[in-house]
Structures are given as structure tokens and as C-alpha cells.
Design a protein around this ligand. Structure first.
Ligand code: UD1
Length: 337
């Protein structure tokens, strides 16, 4: 069984990926500093998978901890989720973002090269496209200047990976450009655990429905979109997790010095107001919301062309927007109870 190190494996996408890896016959090992996740997730993972996933508490940029893990396990791959992701905070504390997001990747890459660990799946983001000139975006759509230091860390990390592969490093790497992950595991045992007031739409929606927040504000309804609110490509987190498994399996058969980028979305754009409406319909409730002003830095509309990942990795999403919003709400209700 192949041992795969998951940095940030206690987090939202990392925890769901741990489950899918086990289902596919991999042996995940988690390193997480719990800066944006909770230790209880590990118990939940045990309940879902029936397996005790090895867990190392600490920073994935700590080489001595990585060395310790590699003494305990022979690693064949790494999935690198661990990163800061609050767009607003990144504009206030850019160094914190560069140090963590770029710094930890550099440490990991050196570690992988030194130990001959071949395969890496890197968490990138559709943020690298900025507001694209044409839609949907393919992997060849030009990247734009980043809107935030957070966004730029993803671009810089992608650039580092490209340069490394050009240098004939033996690694095999896939960057997955995530669109907007939502939803939760169907068991209702793991999901997104935002700390403090959520920045992202769907956790804010579910917390409003649960009465934790009084009202959702829709940031703008006067954009050039079907109903005036922004358009995003919302992807179920279990589908997104599965894309990581497919990426790892694909890398296994590749020559060394390999690099590819894939969009991971559904291929559909939905507006913020459609999300609210679908959430209300699928869960049979009314959401308290109002229309507010535009949020600075928001992309107006973006959704993915997914033909590359469909064709090359054989990956297709299984869940609809309604499924995702049902599962998000199910998770929020479980949290409340
Ligand atoms: C943003 C980043 C993305 C990053 C993600 C990480 C940009 C352009 N995108 O995604 O790269 O990976 O954060 O967290 O920087 N909305 C409301 N009310 C709310 C919250 C959100 O109307 O209370 C709207 C937003 O205006 C936006 C949509 O919902 O139109 C989605 O917002 P959000 O969930 O924050 O995701 P992105 O901004 O797409």
C-alpha cells in the first residue's frame, strides 16, 4: 500500500481526500498544525473509514518533522493542502502568506528531492485566472495578475513547480486548480469548519440558516450576469477529493520530470442568488438575506472548462449543486447538535 503524506489533512479538503484515498487503497498520513482545523476531525475520520490514520502535529515547513515522518514511513507521494487562504487577511499580512504558502512548498520540495519521493499533487486555485477575458476557462487561459497576496502565492507556487520540472528534477507533479469547493461528506461527520465569521458564501449561508448569523448579505446584484449576482463554479468537496486520487493514480505511470495542471470544477456557472434559491428549495427553508454592495476584489464570473480533466484523468463530478447544498446543510445541522 502506498503511503501518501497529506499536509493540512485535518482541514476541509484534506480530510475528505483522506477518506477517498483510503477507499482507493492508499495509506494516508496526516501532518497538520491545526491552525485552521480541529483534532476531532481525526476521530471522525476513524469513524468513517474504520482506520487509524497516522497523525503528526506540526508545521509541514518543519524539515525535522518531515524527516521524522519519513523515518516512520516510506512515502511515495505528497498532497500539499496546507496553506493560509483568507483573501482579506492576506492583503493585511502578506509576509505571513508568502512565508507560509511559498515557504512550506519549498521545504517540501527539497524534502521530496532529497528522499526521492516522486509524486506531488499541489492545491492551486482558479484565483490564478483573475477575471478571465473568455469563459469557461481552460488550463491554457492566460493567468492574470493576482488580486491579492493569497492569489499570488498560488501563482508563485505554480511557477516554482514549473521551474523545478524544467530543471529535470525527478518529481512528477500535478497542480489542481480548484473552483469553489462546497458540500460535506455524506456521512455528515466531516465538513467545513470555518474559524470565526466565514468569508466564503456557503458556510455563511448554512450558519445563517442555523441562526448563528442573523443575515446573509449578497455582495452585489448589479453585475453583468443573468440575475446580477456573481457567478462561480461550485464543486462538491467529495468530487474534489476524488480528483486528488485520480491525479495520484495518473502520476504513478508517468515518466519523471512530469508536470500538468487541471481545472477541478463542474463546468457549470451558478449565481450567488441561484445558490440561495437552490439551498432553500432542497432543504425546505427560507434564508434571511439582503442585497448589499459589491465586495472589493470579487471576480464577476468564472467557471471551468473541465474537458482536460475529464479526458486525461477520467474524472467526472458525481454531485449536483443541490446535492452539495443538501450536504452542507446536513453537516451544519450535525454541528449544531
Ligand atoms: C475566494 C478566492 C478564491 C479562494 C477562496 C478561498 C478570489 C477572487 N477568490 O473565492 O481564490 O480560493 O476565496 O477561500 O479571490 N458572497 C456573498 N456573501 C457572502 C460571501 C460571499 O455574496 O457573505 C459571494 C461573493 O461575493 C462571491 C461568491 O459569493 O461572489 C463566492 O464567494 P466566496 O465563497 O468568498 O469565494 P470566492 O470569492 O469565489
Amino acid at each position: 500500500m502506498k503511503n501518501i503524506l497529506i499536509t493540512g489533512g485535518a482541514g476541509y479538503i484534506g480530510s475528505h481526500t483522506a477518506v477517498e484515498l483510503i477507499k482507493a487503497g492508499f495509506n494516508p498520513i496526516i501532518i497538520d498544525d491545526l491552525s485552521n482545523s480541529q483534532q476531532t476531525v481525526l476521530e471522525r475520520l476513524r469513524e468513517i473509514t474504520g482506520k487509524e490514520i497516522p497523525f503528526y502535529f506540526g508545521d509541514c515547513g518543519d524539515r525535522s518533522l518531515l524527516n521524522k515522518i519519513s523515518e516512520d514511513f516510506e512515502l511515495s507521494g505528497v498532497i500539499h493542502f496546507a496553506a493560509f487562504k483568507a483573501v482579506g487577511e492576506s492583503t493585511q499580512e502578506p509576509l505571513k502568506y508568502y512565508k507560509n504558502n511559498v515557504g512550506s512548498l519549498l521545504v517540501l520540495l527539497e524534502f521530496m528531492e532529497d528522499l526521492g519521493i516522486p509524486d506531488l499533487v499541489f492545491s492551486s486555485s482558479c484565483t490564478v485566472y483573475g477575471q478571465p477575458d473568455t469563459l469557461p476557462v481552460t488550463e491554457d487561459t492566460p493567468r492574470k495578475e493576482a488580486e491579492s497576496p493569497y492569489g499570488n502565492t498560488k501563482k508563485v507556487c505554480e511557477d516554482i513547480l514549473v521551474d523545478l520540472i524544467k530543471s529535470k528534477s525527478g518529481l512528477r507533479i500535478i497542480s489542481l486548480r480548484y473552483f469553489n469547493p462546497i458540500g460535506a461528506h455524506l456521512s455528515g461527520k466531516i465538513g467545513e469548519l470555518p474559524s470565526g465569521v466565514p468569508n466564503n458564501l456557503v458556510p455563511f449561508v448554512t450558519q445563517t440558516a442555523a441562526g448563528i448569523r442573523e443575515k446573509l448579505t449578497v455582495f452585489g446584484d448589479d453585475y453583468d450576469t443573468p440575475d446580477g449576482s456573481c457567478v462561480r463554479d461550485f464543486i462538491h468537496v467529495v468530487d474534489l477529493a476524488d480528483a486528488h486520487v485520480k491525479a495520484l493514480e495518473f502520476l504513478e505511470n508517468k515518466p519523471t520530470s512530469f508536470y500538468e495542471v487541471f481545472n477541478v470544477g463542474t463546468g457549470n456557472g451558478n449565481t450567488v442568488l441561484e445558490v440561495i434559491q437552490t439551498f432553500e428549495e432542497v432543504n425546505g427553508l427560507k434564508l434571511n438575506y439582503e442585497i448589499g454592495s459589491r465586495r472589493p476584489g470579487d471576480v464577476v464570473k468564472i467557471w471551468a472548462d473541465t474537458s482536460k480533466i475529464n479526458k486525461v484523468l477520467g474524472w467526472y463530478p458525481q454531485y449536483s449543486l443541490a446535492d452539495s447544498l443538501r450536504d452542507s446543510w446536513n453537516w451544519e445541522k450535525n454541528l449544531k447538535n
